[in-house]
Design a binder for this molecule. Structure first.
Ligand SMILES: [Ca+2]
Ligand SMILES: [Ca+2]
Length: 180
């Protein structure tokens, strides 16, 4: 039997320009929503990771003080360089060569820059190992602390915008992730 595919069966041979434009507009809106949503969740994940890391580093600093009698203070001024102090103190790598020094205490195992897999929390920055947040920016450390009333140290991340201020004020600091 022969099926009839004559034009009278399918009176329309294609899409009109308007239909094509409408479909394209819908696809564009959906794509924008998907990409925007993805970016939002990626940022949230990095923020959470940073919060967890700041808490881990805080605990390690308390362990350091228990052993040493005080928090590391040399160079702990809240500048980007202060992130190297954290790495050197908590990974027992005072000469910052990527391996713990002889007889040094490691307070945070996860800081090993030569560990297998991507180094999530340590970055070599200009030949110096520093601790980085979920956005790959150096953590900031200041001891004695100025932000916590009676605090021993201030520890913070510049947050999603990657910008911060050692005075901890201004627009750059609104998204910072800190321990106070
Ligand atoms: Ca070393
Ligand atoms: Ca910020």
């Amino acid at each position: 039997m022969k099926t009839d595919y004559s034009p009278t069966c399918f009176s329309r041979k294609g899409f009109t320009l308007v239909e094509v434009l409408v479909v394209m507009a819908i696809i564009a809106v959906l794509a924008t929503m998907t990409v925007g949503g993805l970016g939002y969740y990626q940022r949230k994940a990095k923020e959470s990771k940073t919060q967890v890391f700041v808490a881990s580093v805080s605990r390690a600093l308390d362990d350091y003080r228990s052993d040493e009698g005080s928090y590391p203070t040399d160079g702990a001024d809240g500048s980007e360089a202060s992130s190297a102090i954290l790495y050197e103190s908590l990974f027992g790598d005072a000469d910052n060569d990527g391996t713990p020094d002889t007889d040094a205490t490691i307070y945070l195992d996860m800081l090993n820059p030569s560990a297998k897999g991507p180094a999530l929390n340590v970055k070599e920055d200009g030949g110096v190992y520093v601790l980085v947040d979920g956005f790959k920016n150096p953590l900031r450390y200041r001891a004695p602390g100025e932000q916590n009333p009676g605090a021993d140290f201030d520890l913070w991340s510049a947050g999603p915008d990657g910008e911060t201020s050692t005075s901890n004020s201004g627009d750059d600091t609104k998204d910072d992730i800190d321990n106070w």
